[in-house]
Design a protein around this ligand. Structure first.
Ligand code: SAH
Length: 455
């Protein structure tokens, strides 16, 4: 049956659920309509912007009756910018929705009905939590704009005061804007591939308050860079100013080519008792307070006694590895980004940890190779990117048959897929703990404890 809903029609809709992308779901005569910026319990006036066969997309025009779960967003561009899909939902309700999202992914994608999923661990103050921001810089109608891309577009929503970023970023954005204007520096244009300045990347350290500023440019040199350095150095905490040279015709923000123009090529932050060097290209968890919560959970699940050999697959700059190393006999970390492994080795040294070894390469290649050479593990921690573990890695895990696997996941869908494989191959899932690393967004991180059936 074709949807009777027509583009540009208006309806009064009651929202009955929230979809996986955070959009409200309503029904108009049995046809589903997705309405961003609404929440279960809202009654809203909706403008149909796209009508498909069995569902439609609508734009919120007006809330007729607000849901008890509705929250006034702190940020006045929350509904335009693609960053926070859930800011209009009360935080406690966001957490409940995340728990449900994990349960549903396990059931629907993994066919796993009876796994214990704990309540999502949230933040006390879920604002200004991010330690990394990547702002596109564009010129629109002659005006320099620094902000975020609007949802599904490359139009910039200016972001002088994003409520999830470090508040110190506002000052940096202003300095960069003034510099670019004052010296008439050209701004990158995606269509013509002309113009110099493409992106601004800021990394901040929560505990040490150090900052790194990285300007991504479509070329080799930044004119008047000394002036920029001078202006940035007036901001307290800046330890590293770098250029990233990205001349590719690509949406990828960073190239692998970095020049340090002032200070160090890293900043330092702490997690718990350990210190970490963070470089422009290496991955570091973006929410420092919740990272501690996540790692503590991973460590609790690993329940190490000091005798174990442990693999940390997808180890980044060695954060989880070094936590594990304090409690294990030996830890091996593997990671694909060479700079991250250089950081991991430096981090082991910085913290006086001598029982951790790190390898550059694909986890699905290095771990099987080392297994053939006789290195097996009692416990394996995996923390893959969103696409989950490579099948070859999962096969090796099963062959190696560690007693415990601790799976840290940033995507419940691929977690569900991989847990299904493990449960069909000699393992059981003892529990899944969601942790809210990304308040106000639809993302949810999980730690799962998986044990061999024979143990
Ligand atoms: N455990 C780390 C990093 C997790 S993010 C932390 O908590 O900080 C996932 C990491 O996997 C990234 O650093 C990414 O560079 C790396 N990666 C992606 N594909 C990989 C692969 N096939 N093999 C090894 N590492 C990979």
């Amino acid at each position: 049956m074709e949807t009777p809903l027509k583009k540009n029609d208006r309806y009064e809709v009651e929202i009955i659920d929230i979809g996986a992308a955070g959009e409200g779901i309503g029904k108009i005569n049995d046809f589903i309509v997705f309405v961003p910026s609404t929440v279960t319990g809202d009654v809203a006036e909706v403008h149909i912007i796209k009508a498909k066969k069995s569902f439609a997309y609508g734009k919120l025009l007006r809330i007729i009756k607000p849901s008890p779960f509705r929250n006034d967003p702190r940020c006045n561009t929350a509904s335009q910018c693609g960053g926070c899909q859930l800011q209009h939902i009360a935080y406690s309700e966001q957490l409940q929705w995340k728990t449900k999202k994990v349960k549903e992914a396990l059931r629907r994608i993994g066919g796993l009905q009876h796994i214990k999923v704990e309540d999502t661990l949230g933040m006390e103050n879920p604002f200004n939590y991010r330690n990394k921001a990547q702002y596109p810089i564009r010129k629109e109608n002659g005006e320099i704009k620094i902000g975020f891309f609007a949802s599904r577009s490359h139009r910039i929503v200016p972001s002088e005061s994003c409520v999830i970023q470090d508040i110190r970023n506002e000052r940096i954005i202003q300095v960069i804007k003034d510099f670019l204007t004052q010296y008439n520096i050209t701004i990158y244009n995606e269509e013509t591939h002309q113009g110099l300045v493409r992106h601004l990347l800021i990394k901040t350290a929560y505990h040490t308050q150090e900052m790194m500023v990285c300007l991504v440019i479509n070329g080799k040199e930044l004119p008047h860079q000394d002036k920029l350095i001078q202006q940035l150095k007036a901001v307290e905490g800046i330890k590293s100013i770098v250029l990233n040279h990205n001349t590719g015709q690509t949406n990828v923000i960073l190239s692998s080519h970095i020049t340090v123009i002032d200070g160090q090529d890293y900043i330092i932050d702490n997690i718990g008792d350990l210190q970490f060097k963070i470089s422009p290209l290496s991955f570091f968890q973006v929410n420092p307070l919740q990272t501690k919560v996540l790692y503590d959970k991973a460590l609790e699940f690993a329940a190490l006694t000091g005798t174990e050999t442990v693999w940390d697959a997808y180890c980044g700059i060695g954060t989880i590895s070094l936590f594990l190393a304090q409690k294990a006999k030996k830890v091996y970390g593997v990671e694909i980004v060479p700079e991250a492994i250089a950081n991991a080795k430096a981090n082991a040294e910085l913290n006086g940890i001598t029982n951790a070894a790190f390898y550059v390469g694909k986890a699905e290649e290095i771990i099987p190779k080392m297994y053939e050479e006789g290195i097996a593990a009692d416990t394996i921690v995996v923390d893959p990117p969103r696409k989950g573990c490579d099948p070859k890695l999962l096969e090796t895990l099963v062959a190696m048959s560690p007693e415990k696997i601790v799976y840290v996941s940033c995507d419940p869908a691929t977690l569900a897929r991989d847990l299904a494989y493990l449960t069909q191959n000699g393992y059981r899932v003892d529990g899944v703990q969601p942790v809210d690393m990304f308040p106000h967004t639809v993302h949810v991180e999980c730690v799962a404890l998986i044990e061999a059936l024979s143990s």
